[in-house]
Ligand binder design. Structure first.
Ligand code: F42
Length: 142
């Protein structure tokens, strides 16, 4: 079993810890927004370690849309590289945990349709995209 390496960011690490230790009944929203969060468990592209990343919950039917916004930072979050190399992930949505496969969305029309869902679920994504030069990567977990 590869080791789990928690996020170096304290608030992220603590959210994962609370979400998982409560079996998906606590720590399931983003701070004071009250908007739902999922936990994506994936594999480090260099370390091979288990990584856990909370993301906003954007549902498209039974699929999830994963948005690599990182608050509109200039560079992609590291988990983008992890998902590109190791697409098999596990997604926790509250009490339900499912193995899924993440695929980066490259088709413009598909991305446009999904982006509208993302912004509807979490309006700040639109601001984050304006803030950064990069096109924010979007994945579908299915
Ligand atoms: N981030 C988003 O991008 N989108 C969201 O919708 C989002 C929502 C959200 C909700 C709640 C919450 O608590 C956090 C939320 N975040 C959201 C933040 C998100 O959880 C991540 O912290 C953020 O996207 C940054 O991702 P990151 O993968 O860059 O994480 C950093 C902090 C990190 O963990 N870095 C590690 C480190 O040690 O510096 C590296 C982890 C890693 O994967 N390492 C690789 C490996 O092989 O293990 C190798 C490193 C390399 O260089 O390739």
């Amino acid at each position: 079993m590869p080791t789990y390496i928690p996020s170096p960011r304290e608030w992220v690490r603590e959210q994962v810890e609370l979400y998982e230790s409560s079996g998906g009944t606590k720590g399931t929203t983003l701070r004071d927004t009250g908007l739902p969060v999922i936990i994506v468990t994936h594999t480090g592209n260099k370390s091979g370690a288990v990584r856990k990343t909370p993301l906003m919950r954007v549902a498209d039917g039974s699929r999830y849309v994963l948005v690599a916004s990182q608050g509109g930072a200039p560079v992609n979050p590291v988990w983008v590289h992890n998902l590109r190399l190791h697409p098999n992930v596990e997604i926790r949505d509250l009490t339900v945990v499912k193995p899924m496969r993440a695929r980066e969305v490259v088709d413009d029309a598909e991305r446009a349709r999904l982006w509208a869902l993302c912004v509807a679920a979490f309006p700040p994504y639109a601001e984050y995209q304006k803030k950064t030069q990069r096109q924010i990567p979007v994945f579908v977990a299915e």
